[in-house]
Design a protein around this ligand. Structure first.
Ligand code: FE
Ligand code: MN
Length: 337
């Protein structure tokens, strides 16, 4: 029984489970529960108001990241609820999608909390996705490549046989645009920047909230890749050489947008860290994402920030899914083709 399409599982009958991994993701999400108010912003507020703690570069980096994430979290929530949920009818996957949607609401709340605590002008922060080109380009890129599944005439359930492969391909491409590029690449230069700042004792409250968000996003991403890989197994004809090449090209373009963003958000570098390293980190991350969906690495870039993985490790055992990436590496282990 395929995970999507006309003969997919009954959306109201969750037991017995067809995809136990989806339920594991749900339980993992629940185990990671948090809310932004658990994290004190007291020190951040003091540092933000002090004239001599943060450099202009650091302030720019903070504002750019709040500007990107504040609206990106709503964009991802809309994608889950309005598009992915409509097409993925399997009940245990939907249970996870509801959990993910809730987590996106928590993330949206986090940026309200940060903006309020620091007394930022919401009309500045929440319009940066229009006014800052490097942010606008990332969001526009994602909106473009996920447009087809928002199209009301897009019918994944009962297309004529001739259209089925094409529709599954459109859906796969859009899922990759959403889970792999948006959540898996476009969030990660920002995570690295804010956590680099936290390592220097600056804006540690926001940094801790970014750690919680990163932990959640690593599970979203892992669920998305599992979903993508299951669809590939169900519809091997859809995962054609052409689609694979198109996906690699999209990922490479996504990497360029994220690198441009990193240079824009952090033009002069932080103490001991610069935009070139953030750009290399994006390549390292993109290679891991590609591997996870069975595509070849493109960059072979070493991780310039090994402490980013340690950050995940320190979050108790919560990066379980992130560290399982090696299971996807042997191409023969799963018969996708
Ligand atoms: Fe999020
Ligand atoms: Mn997410």
């Amino acid at each position: 029984m395929p995970i999507i399409g006309a003969s997919a599982t009954d959306p109201n009958k969750i037991l017995p489970l067809t995809y136990p991994w989806a339920r594991e993701f749900y339980k993992n999400g629940v185990a990671n529960n948090w809310v932004p108010e658990e994290v004190s912003m007291q020190k951040d507020v003091e540092q933000w108001k002090a004239p001599d703690v943060l450099s202009d570069t650091e302030r720019r980096l903070i504002l750019w990241n709040l500007g990107f994430f504040s609206t990106a979290e709503s964009l991802t929530a809309n994608n889950i609820v309005l598009a992915v949920y409509r097409h993925v009818t399997n009940p245990e996957c939907r249970q996870y999608l509801l959990r993910q949607a809730f987590e996106e609401a928590i993330h949206t709340d986090t940026f309200i909390y940060c903006s309020d605590s620091l007394g930022l002008d919401p009309d500045r922060i929440y319009t940066m996705y229009h006014t800052i080109p490097s942010i606008r380009e990332k969001d526009q890129f994602v909106i473009e490549i996920t447009r087809s599944i928002f199209d009301p005439s897009f019918d994944l359930v009962a297309p004529a046989a001739a259209d089925r492969t094409t529709n599954v391909q459109r859906f796969l491409r859009d899922l990759i645009g959403y889970y792999v590029i948006m959540e898996g690449i476009f969030f990660y230069a920002g995570f690295a920047m804010m956590l680099a700042l936290k390592r220097q004792g600056k804006m540690i409250g926001i940094g801790e909230q970014f750690e919680f968000i990163m932990r959640d996003e690593s599970v979203h991403l892992a669920f998305g890749c599992e979903l993508i890989n299951t669809i590939k197994q169900d519809y091997p004809a859809a995962w054609s050489a052409e689609l694979q090449a198109e996906v690699v090209d999209l990922v490479r373009r996504g990497v360029q947008f994220e690198q441009a963003y990193a240079h824009d958000a952090c033009p002069d570098g932080l103490l001991g860290i610069n935009a070139v390293q953030f750009a290399r980190y994006v390549e390292y991350v993109a290679d891991r994402r590609l591997e996870r969906i069975g595509l070849p690495r493109q960059y072979e870039t070493d991780n310039p920030f090994p402490w980013m993985s340690h950050t995940m490790d320190l979050n108790k055992e919560k990066n379980f899914f992130e560290t399982r990436v090696t299971e996807y590496q042997p191409a023969g282990a799963l018969d996708w083709d």
